[in-house]
Ligand binder design. Structure first.
Ligand code: ZN
Length: 506
């Protein structure tokens, strides 16, 4: 622990020294520039990042030291979380999410000790939200806007699966997926009553809801394993036991995730100054290289049409999520079945997942209350990608095959309902069709009503205004009216709020 702490202070000292350096030169203005509050996290941010009016005082900070035993599929860690009470009222309880304890993730995360820092006062805790959260009872109330630093010691165990299962969390086919591998501060609502988001996600929806945060991670992993994670690695050193200690930073992202394998190969390229990596199993090298080219093409399209990706790195990684994928900050899981299929499933999945770096990572999403919002935008982005690269006929094929036919199927099988509902209101057999395809048809109807140029202006304005925030659907509708003068409410009511889908082309 001491070693990690000294690295942290060494980095801070280096920044301080370099900030002081120019002042000793002759003829240099004595006007001091304030120290960069993001200094140690800068390696994670790209050239396109603009600080503007981001309020860092409310951004939670994590300093996590963890070690992974991939053979036993276990993690031991210490997470130090610094955050501010944003509720406007005194707070007696703080909530952290222990998502691996969700029944369907089949993991086990245990807190072994919680204290305040720097005093090390003991903090009592108990479990809630179906064990996916811990309530930490503070020794004294945290006042509005007051800062608190907590230290949480924890252990984590992940399951192992056979070769046919969808695996989001756990090990299969030599790949160990470890998202949610630390106690995550629950998202704050900013309200005095119910100040914490404690949603329990359904088995078929996205898992986490958290606020943009700063991460300083020290991850110790056996040397034969390749570690792929959110953020950027700033150093790696060999420990006395021969393991590798990776120091990683990530900035202004909702969570931090990692995946490990002994068998990962890497292909890499630069896209508009961003380091893009594709990780894949040796047996899937060709498809892994293709995934890199697909992700590069998607990034170029989204950079140009939506706005520049403001982070330094993006990793695309083959994982046992079968034909599906999953978005994490700067890290997209792409299901390994698509690497082995001889069709266009991988390319469209990559285009969908990469777009989540704009619609989930950069503009935050609320997968519990508005699951359709970022999924519909990701689907629409996929169509815009295909239309830009391949032209209108391919875009039409996506409309028909990917959206209209599945939604018509849902209508014919009495599975149609309103899209504008929380994730928990859906069923496993209509969630994907409605939340992805029917919501995509809403965005597509808007796309056709506004025209491509105006629709892209809407996306650009929305992105620029709500980056590093979690806007509501209404915020998007307001931007539509502001930018284009078009009233989106009739389409919104017909496609998102109404129980019955409007007539589809036959
Ligand atoms: Zn998605």
């Amino acid at each position: 622990m001491q070693v990690h702490r000294s690295i942290f202070w060494f980095a801070a000292l280096t920044v301080l020294l370099s900030a002081c350096g120019p002042l000793s030169l002759p003829f240099v203005s004595q006007k001091q520039t304030p120290p960069d509050p993001l200094a140690v996290y800068r390696p994670a941010l790209g050239a396109a990042f603009v600080m503007d009016d981001i309020d860092l005082t409310t951004v939670p900070r994590y300093q996590i030291d963890l070690s992974v035993d991939p053979v036993e599929r276990q993690v031991q860690g210490v997470a130090r979380i610094t955050f501010r009470n944003r509720s406007g009222a005194p707070m007696n309880d703080v909530f952290v999410r222990l998502y691996p304890n969700l029944q369907h993730l089949v993991g086990s995360m245990t807190l072994t000790g919680v204290t305040t820092l720097p005093e090390h006062y003991a903090v009592g805790f108990g479990f809630t939200a179906e064990n996916s959260a811990a309530r930490l009872t503070l020794p004294q109330a945290l006042l509005p806007d007051e800062l608190l630093q907590l230290e949480l010691r924890y252990t984590l165990a992940a399951p192992q699966y056979d070769h046919s299962s969808y695996v989001l969390f756990g090990e299969s086919e030599g790949i160990l997926d470890l998202p949610y591998a630390y106690p995550m501060l629950a998202a704050q609502t900013g309200l005095p009553t119910d100040p914490w988001r404690l949603d329990v996600p359904p088995t078929f929806g996205d898992v986490s809801i958290t606020d943009p945060s700063l991460f300083w991670i020290t991850a110790t992993v056996p040397s034969e394993y390749k570690l792929v994670s959110s953020g950027v690695e700033i150093s790696s050193t060999v420990t006395s036991t021969g393991a590798i200690e990776h120091v990683i930073v990530a900035a202004l992202v909702p969570e931090w995730s990692m995946t490990l394998s002994r068998d990962f190969q890497r292909s890499q390229t630069l896209v508009d100054g961003v380091q893009l990596n594709s990780y894949y199993l040796t047996a899937d090298t060709r498809a892994g290289e293709k995934a890199l080219a697909q992700a590069a093409a998607a990034m170029r399209v989204y950079n140009r049409l939506f706005g520049q990706y403001p982070f330094a790195e993006l990793d695309i990684v083959e994982t046992p999520t079968r034909y599906l994928g999953m978005e994490f900050p700067g890290l997209n899981y792409i299901g390994l079945d698509t690497y082995r299929a001889n069709d266009d499933s991988q390319e469209l999945l990559v285009a969908h997942e990469v777009s989540h770096q704009w619609w989930y990572n950069l503009v935050g999403s609320d997968p519990a209350r508005y699951p359709w919002f970022d999924e519909g935008l990701a689907e629409m982005s996929t169509l815009i990608y295909a239309e830009t690269i391949y032209g209108p006929e391919v875009a039409d094929r996506i409309r028909t095959l990917r959206w209209q036919i599945p939604v018509q199927w849902a209508v014919d099988h009495d599975l149609d309902e309103a899209v504008g509902q929380p994730a928990s209101a859906f069923q496993p057999d209509n969630y994907e069709t409605l939340v992805y395809a029917k919501s995509a048809l809403f965005f597509d109807a808007l796309y056709q009503a506004l025209g491509r140029e105006n629709f892209l202006k809407v996306l650009q304005t929305f992105l620029n205004r709500y980056r590093f925030q979690r806007p509501l659907p209404q915020d998007f509708l307001d931007v539509v009216t502001e930018v284009s003068g078009y009233d989106p409410m009739p389409l919104y009511e017909a496609w998102i709020l109404a129980d019955n889908t409007p007539n589809l082309p036959q």
